[in-house]
Every structure is written in structure tokens, then in C-alpha cells.
Design a protein around this ligand. Sequence first.
Ligand SMILES: [Zn+2]
Length: 113
Amino acid sequence: MHELSIAMNIIDIAGEYAEKANAKVVHRIEIEVGELSGVVFEALEFAMENAKKNTILEKTECSIIRIPGKVHCENCSYEFDTDNVYTPCPKCGDYRQEIIQGRELRVKSLTVE
Ligand SMILES: [Zn+2]
């Protein structure tokens, strides 16, 4: 499962950070995930709940922030919002698009003590 390995990776990053900051408790972690990153949000939430067991993040509240997808049409230069890359351009119907926003997958912040 793709999302589980992402979740474990996020927990590794957060764990290293917490260690460096000498944190005893991590209250909250914010993760930014783009709608065009290929990650299934519900699956990632579920994977985080499982992956954080027996780690420093066991009691941490995870919030996943969705970054909307935005693409640029390579044919007519129109920019539009979309949640998948298989949407044709609403202006000209072309499928060739460049992703401007929505590929994000990163730890945005940790609240530690
Ligand atoms: Zn277009």
C-alpha cells in the first residue's frame, strides 16, 4: 500500500525533528497533500493512524491539509482548477496540461513540547 509507506516516511521525518528539538510530546502534525499528488486522502489518514502506533507520534493529532490542484493548458494557456489530470481544458478541450499546484506532499508543521 502506497499510502502506508508515505505515512511511515512522514513519521520518520517528524520523529527526527522531534528528537532534534528535544521534544517529549508532539501535539500536532500538519501535512500538506496536493490533490494531484496521487495520494488518496482517506487512505493516508487511515495509514497515519496505524503507522503512528508505538512511535513518538502515538498521541499526536494529524491534520491533513488539501492543496487544490491547478493546471495550465499547454494549448491555449488557460489556467483552471482540477482534482485530476485527466480533465480536458474547459476552454479548448485539450488534454496537455502542466501542473502548477497540487503535487505537494510534505510535513508543514509540528507542534512540540
Ligand atoms: Zn486550453
